[in-house]
Design a protein around this ligand. Structure first.
Ligand code: GLN
Length: 484
């Protein structure tokens, strides 16, 4: 079958069944997606590296199973791509940083290995902010990513490539990472579904660390069901990550069918304050109204410490980053500056030439917050605020099953708009960092459009390890929108 006659493939099940029924092959499907990437990605910039050898070898394995008439695994032949902060054996992994420009890892990230074991075909590695630090993907050391819905705008960040690749039809699903919103905010900006699971739900083995107590891996997809399928595949205890939880993984996809009538949806006024853009407010309020029409009960809740979330996040995240990034010294990985005369000169020059501006800013902030004289005033204080934020959610979840909120205060902003103002950029995360600090799951799904046609995201938070309920509510909302 030629690429042009392959079925239109934007959903996992449509790809898998087309291959199972021999209407296409995994190889033809991969070819079709590579053709699209080669045609469209020059303008968008979502990919940093393509791994065609690995993809076609996997496609051949799937096609062999299909030809033998054997049952296909859940993601058989599904073209996916991976944010370039997850290591891939034999495939260059950069974290969008010069310092890892030539780094070829010797092993696979667990989430990547699980996708491949379930039959997915990995097309390549996706652009992002350097070390996942940013909200617009403009901090990539390579090139920015353009939002496929409006190419003058950012795709959000830091997983901008992961969101843009799905939005542009260059992958059926992708993996991203979310430390303070980097899955949900770009999903919202690009009009796709993005899910940050509970802390510990998905192994972080092979995720290049930014802030270890806040980092999560999760899926991007076109539908809630596809996001559920990918989560199902990557979730669960991994002996290689001691923080991965030994909690049974439910059947998320089957659970999507359960009715939502009677579920209690919390709405917190702290997420609807003066910083919220009017169009986002209107779209999210309409979405909550829709959930009420579906039989959910809308319950006001209070999350009183929300206003302290951004400062607490930027202390904890930078402190952990400054420790995690100490390993890039020019000896163990990647780039090494040439011409240094002493060892410490080599360290300095490597880090100076290898790291970009934002990464350096974070290392300095974090080192300062952890320094002997300031530890109690900043780091310890931020940890206490973190506990208060987590308690806010615990308290709210005694009254409600999920909480609905905006994902981001505005739709996608223009490329360059916030580049000279890091504080304005940090505020793009005001509604997302709380879930990372508390470790609870959150999803963003499209709920409307601005006058200019830009996507707006609805965010839904759930209890620890209760992705099933938030997926169910998200799926019910999504299908209510699909009705004429
Ligand atoms: N934008 C936030 C930051 O810059 C969150 C990034 C992320 O989630 N990786 O830290």
């Amino acid at each position: 079958m030629t690429a042009s006659t392959a079925p239109k493939a934007s959903h996992i099940e449509s790809v898998r069944s087309a291959i199972a029924e021999r209407r296409t092959t995994a190889a033809a499907c991969a070819e079709e997606f590579y053709a699209r990437i080669k045609k469209d990605d020059a303008e968008i910039g979502a990919f940093l590296t393509l791994c065609e050898d690995r993809a076609f070898a996997q496609a051949a394995r799937i096609d062999k199973i299909a030809a033998e008439g054997k049952p296909l695994p859940a993601l058989a032949g599904v073209p996916v791509a991976i944010k370039d902060v997850m290591v891939t054996r034999g495939v260059r992994t950069t974290a969008a940083s010069r310092i890892l420009d030539n780094f070829v890892p010797p092993y696979d990230c667990t989430a990547v290995a699980r996708l491949e074991a379930a039959g997915a075909v990995i097309l390549g590695k996706l652009n992002c902010d350097e070390f996942a630090m940013g909200s617009s993907t403009e901090n990539s050391a390579y090139h920015p990513v353009r939002n496929p819905r409006d190419k003058t705008r950012v795709p959000g960040g830091s997983s901008g490539g992961s969101a843009a690749a799905v939005a542009a039809g260059m992958a059926v699903a992708t993996l991203g990472s979310d430390t303070g919103g980097s899955i949900r905010q770009p999903a919202s900006f690009c009009g796709v579904v993005g899910l940050k699971p509970t802390y510990g739900r998905v192994s972080r083995y092979g995720l290049i660390a930014f802030a270890s107590s806040l980092d999560h891996i999760g899926p991007f997809a076109n539908t809630v069901k596809d996001a559920a399928l990918v989560l199902q595949t990557i979730a669960g205890r991994d002996p290689m990550d001691s923080t991965s939880a030994d909690v049974p993984v439910p059947d998320y996809v089957t659970d999507l069918e359960k009715p939502v009538r009677g579920l209690r949806i919390g709405v917190a006024k702290e997420y609807f304050g003066s910083g919220l853009g009017a169009e986002v407010r209107a779209a999210v309020e309409a979405a909550i109204q829709k959930l009420a029409e579906l039989g959910c009960e809308i319950v006001p809740v209070s999350l009183p410490h929300t206003e302290y979330a951004i400062p607490a996040y930027y202390i904890v995240a930078t402190a952990e980053a400054s420790a995690n990034l100490a390993r890039y010294d020019g000896v163990r990985y990647g780039f090494r500056a040439r011409g240094a005369r002493t060892l410490s000169e080599m360290y300095r020059q490597t880090r100076d030439g290898g790291f970009g501006m934002e990464v350096k800013r974070r290392i300095m902030l974090g080192t300062y917050a952890l320094s002997a004289g300031y530890y109690d005033a900043y780091y310890l204080k931020a940890q206490k605020v973190r506990t208060l934020l987590a308690r806010d959610f615990d308290e709210a979840f005694t009254k409600v099953d999920v909480i609905a909120a905006p994902t981001a205060p505005t739709p996608a902003f223009k490329l360059g708009e916030k580049m000279d103002d890091p504080l304005a950029m940090y505020l793009a995360d005001v509604y997302t960092v709380t879930a990372n600090l508390a470790g609870i799951p959150g999803i963003s799904l499209p709920c409307g459009k601005s006058r200019e046609g830009l996507p707006i995201g609805l965010q839904i938070f759930g209890r620890h390890f209760d992705e099933a309920t938030l997926l169910r509510v998200a799926a019910a909302f999504e299908s209510s929108r699909e009705l004429p």
